[in-house]
Design a protein around this ligand. Structure first.
Ligand SMILES: [Zn+2]
Length: 337
């Protein structure tokens, strides 16, 4: 199966009432972990790369690893998505390379740090939509700003300072024509989201309900949605790591979001932690080992387990065979009506 558009994955998810995990990758083992988890749970899946990942892999390695993934796992619908494109140029270069979906994050200026005006956001996002839809490629936009910084991207604001305005969201979607909307509801990128289990005051799930009421046909995206589970923190710290205590987004809150129109859930930190914990364990217990496979194999396995758990929790498990992939060339026609 060739890579599919994210629009199709999310439309199908909306029909089926489930969410689809979007997992970040930088290397072969992470792609293998995700694809293996998708096969074992029969899940459609989104694989995404940040600008940092594209530069780490030199783009071409990433692209050919993804082609390999579609050859080895032909039964799995998979979309390749640009995470947090900082400018139309970044998104266009991703589309030229073969990404089937891009995020134009015009909530920040091209430096990836400074909050942008609404008009700037509309202008750059619309520009990307015109280019992408003419090629059958999906576009995610963002309104409001998340807290925290990841991969050098983020305004490092208080997560509650720039929540998505549900009324402004209507105008944003109408003027840009985006397929999916990343919403700011109090989450942050990275591991350090909350200092205690989040309550309704710091994780404002009610915004999601309001936005869904205003925009029932727009797929919502939750960023910064790692759960940062205690057992992964313990795994790292028990084997010589030094992570400070922290709380992520509870899986049950994400499930509540899925009931209210969230269709794409971004997860990165949990997978990074699973791999690092597994590597630390091997190196502590077997200081005599020096073959990278001795720790990369358990790391890949640990990430696979986290991805599988999320696929089951988000409801995408079992849906890989529900539909025939629509080629990107056909998606062009979809956007013309
Ligand atoms: Zn994000």
């Amino acid at each position: 199966m060739p890579m599919v558009s994210m629009r199709q994955l999310l439309d199908e998810a909306a029909k089926g009432g489930y969410g689809v995990g979007a997992f970040n990758v930088n290397n072969m083992e992470q792609i293998q972990a995700i694809m293996e988890a998708a096969r074992e749970t029969k899940s459609p899946v989104i694989i995404q790369a940040s600008r940092g990942a594209r530069s780490y892999t030199n783009d071409r390695f990433l692209y050919h690893l993804m082609i390999a993934a579609t050859e080895v796992y032909p039964e799995i619908p998979v979309a390749l998505h640009q995470d947090h494109g900082n400018s139309p140029e970044t998104c266009i270069s991703a589309i030229e390379m073969g990404f089937t979906s891009v995020m134009m994050d015009g909530s920040l200026m091209a430096d990836g740090k400074t909050p942008a005006s609404f008009e700037y956001n509309v202008e750059v996002t619309k520009k990307v939509v015109e280019y992408a839809h003419a090629r059958g490629v999906t576009v995610e936009g963002e309104l409001g700003c998340l807290g925290g910084v990841e991969d050098g991207h983020g305004a490092d604001l208080d997560a509650l300072a720039h929540l998505t305005d549900p009324v402004q969201a209507i105008e944003f979607v109408e003027r840009t024509g985006i397929d999916a909307l990343a919403v700011a509801i109090g989450t942050s990128h990275g591991a350090y989201k909350f200092s205690k289990k989040p309550t309704g005051e710091v994780l404002v799930m009610s915004r999601i309900e309001q936005i869904h009421k205003n925009l029932p046909a727009t797929h919502m995206v939750m960023h910064g949605s790692s759960s940062v589970p205690q057992e992964l923190q313990d795994m790292i710290n028990n084997y010589g790591g030094k992570m400070n205590p922290t709380f992520g987004v509870p899986v049950e809150e994400i499930q509540l979001g899925i009931k209210n129109g969230v269709r794409k859930i971004n997860v990165d930190t949990d997978n990074r932690m699973a791999m690092t914990g597994a590597i630390r364990k091997v190196l502590m217990e077997h200081p005599e080992h020096f073959d990278p496979r001795d720790y990369m194999k358990p790391a890949r396995e640990a990430m696979k387990q986290v991805v599988k758990a999320r696929m089951l929790a988000f409801g995408q498990a079992g849906h890989a065979g529900d539909y025939e992939p629509i080629p990107l060339a056909e998606m062009i026609g979809y956007y013309k009506h």
